[in-house]
Design a protein around this ligand. Structure first.
Ligand code: NAD
Ligand code: ZN
Length: 378
C-alpha cells in the first residue's frame, strides 16, 4: 500500500466489484461504470467500450499522474499509440492558456477524428480535457476517468465542459457527452480528507433533492462513508450518478429548469465562496453551508419545518462538513447572488425543498427573509 493511502485494509472490498448504468440520451447515450479497486482493468474496459481505439490522448492531473496516470499510459501503449499531457493541479488550469497548450499538443501528437481523449483527474481536468475534446477537429471522443469524489458524482456525468475567463467561472464551454465514464473507488485513496468530504456535500445534496430513501441510507451509513468503506462509497456514487443521469436525460441543456435542481445550496454557496476569498472554503464546504442557508430560507417561507433543517444539519455535521460561517455577511453575499445565473427578470431564484427528496425552483424577492437565512447560519 502506498504511504499516502487514506484507507485501511479492512475497508476494502475484494477487487473488481462492478456496477453499471446508462445515461439515456439516444445516440449520445453512454455507460457509467462504477468499480471497486480494479484500476488495472480500466484500460480493458475502455477498449471493450471503444473497440476501434488506436490512439489515446491521456490528459492527466499532475497530482495523480504517477499513481493513476502512468499505469494507463503503459496499458494503452501496449496495443496502440498513447500520448500523455500533464495538467498542473488546480483551478487556474481551467484557462484559455492551458486550453491553447492542450490543443497545440493534440495537433503535435497527430490527433485526428478517431483519437480519443482520456481525462484523468478531478473536475478541473474533466472540464478542460472535455472542452478540448469537444472542440478539436470539431469534436472527438472523450472518456472520463474521474479521481475526486466531486467529479465522480457530478462533473464527469452530464456533458458540461468548459474553462474560466478572468471575468468569471465556466463562461466558455460546450455540452459534449463522453463516450464512457469509468469510476474506480481506488483512486479516492490518495485524495485528502478535506477534498473527500467536499464531495460528500454533493452526495448529501442528491438525497435532499431527489431521493428520500437514499438520504435515510446516508444517515445510517455516515460513519462508513467518512471512513471511505469501499462498498459503501461505491453504492453512494452509483446512486448519485443514477440521479444525475436521470436529470440530465430529462434536461440535457438546462432548458426546462429540471437540471437546475442540481444547484440546491449553490446560490448561497457561490456567494460564500466569492465573499470568503479564495481558499477559505472548498466548494463542497461552501455548498454545505449554502444548503444550511437554503433550508432556513425554505423554513421561513413555510415550505418545510424544523425536522428537515435538523436532519440536514446533523448529516452534514456527521460527514465532517460545516453548516455555519460566523463571518457570513448578507450585505456582501446578496449582491453576488443577484449576479448568479438563476436570476430571471431581476428576481432572485432559489432551489428550495418542500420535503426530504424534493426541491423546486422558487422566485424570492424578499430580502429580509434571504438576509435572515444567512444570519441564521452565523
Ligand atoms: N462539468 C460539470 O458539470 C461540473 C460540475 C461540478 C463542478 N465542475 C467543476 O469541477 C471543478 C472542481 O472539481 P474537483 O473538486 O474535482 O477539483 P480539482 O479537479 O481541482 O481536484 C481537486 C484537487 O484534488 C487533486 N486530486 C484529484 N484527484 C486526486 C486523487 N485521486 N488523489 C489526490 N489528489 C487528487 C487535484 O490535483 C486538485 O488539487 C471546478 O472547476 C468546477 O467548476 C464541473
Ligand atoms: Zn457543486
Amino acid at each position: 500500500m502506498n504511504d499516502t493511502d487514506h484507507l485501511t485494509g479492512e475497508n476494502r472490498l475484494p477487487q473488481g466489484r462492478t456496477d453499471e448504468l446508462r445515461v439515456e440520451l439516444g445516440g449520445r447515450g453512454y455507460p457509467i461504470i462504477v468499480q471497486c479497486d480494479a484500476w488495472d482493468s480500466v484500460v480493458n474496459r475502455v477498449r471493450q467500450s471503444l473497440p476501434d481505439l488506436t490512439h489515446t490522448l491521456v490528459v492527466c492531473d499532475e497530482a495523480v499522474r504517477q499513481r493513476w496516470g502512468n499505469p494507463l499510459v503503459e496499458g494503452f501503449g501496449e496495443t496502440g499509440r498513447c500520448d500523455l499531457f500533464t495538467v498542473p493541479s488546480g483551478e487556474p488550469s481551467k484557462s484559455l492558456e492551458s486550453l491553447g497548450r492542450l490543443w497545440d499538443w493534440m495537433l503535435a501528437s497527430g490527433a485526428d477524428r478517431r483519437s480519443v481523449v482520456i481525462a484523468v483527474g478531478g473536475g478541473v481536468v474533466g472540464d478542460l480535457a472535455g472542452f478540448a475534446a469537444a472542440t478539436y477537429a470539431r469534436g472527438i471522443r472523450l472518456v472520463q476517468l474521474p479521481t475526486t469524489l466531486l467529479s465522480m458524482v457530478d462533473s464527469s456525468v452530464g456533458g458540461k465542459t468548459g474553462i474560466n475567463l478572468a471575468g468569471g467561472k465556466n463562461l466558455v464551454g460546450a455540452f459534449w457527452q463522453p463516450s464512457l465514464v469509468v469510476i474506480d473507488t481506488a483512486t479516492l485513496r490518495t485524495l485528502d480528507d478535506r477534498g473527500y468530504r467536499g464531495g460528500l456535500a454533493e452526495v448529501i445534496k442528491y438525497g435532499l433533492i431527489e431521493d428520500a430513501d437514499f438520504f435515510d441510507w446516508l444517515e445510517a451509513n455516515a460513519d462508513h462513508l467518512l471512513a471511505r468503506r469501499d462498498d459503501v462509497v461505491a453504492r453512494a456514487i452509483m446512486t448519485c450518478c443514477r440521479i444525475k443521469a436521470a436529470v440530465v436525460a430529462d434536461d440535457e441543456r438546462e432548458t426546462s429548469g429540471r437540471r437546475a435542481i442540481l444547484n440546491y445550496g449553490h446560490t448561497f454557496g457561490h456567494a460564500i465562496e466569492a465573499t470568503a476569498g479564495y481558499g477559505v472554503f472548498t466548494h463542497g464546504e461552501a455548498v454545505a453551508i449554502g444548503m444550511a442557508m437554503a433550508a432556513r430560507l425554505a423554513r421561513s417561507l413555510g415550505r418545510i419545518g424544523d425536522e428537515f433543517v435538523a436532519r440536514q444539519d446533523v448529516l452534514l455535521t456527521a460527514c465532517g462538513l460545516p453548516t455555519r460561517w460566523p463571518e457570513a455577511d448578507p450585505q456582501a453575499m446578496v449582491p453576488v447572488m443577484k449576479k448568479d445565473k438563476k436570476v430571471a427578470h431581476a428576481l432572485l431564484r432559489f432551489v428550495l425543498p418542500t420535503r426530504i427528496g424534493h426541491v423546486e425552483l422558487v422566485a424570492c424577492d424578499s430580502l429580509p427573509e434571504i438576509e435572515a437565512a444567512i444570519l441564521a447560519c452565523r
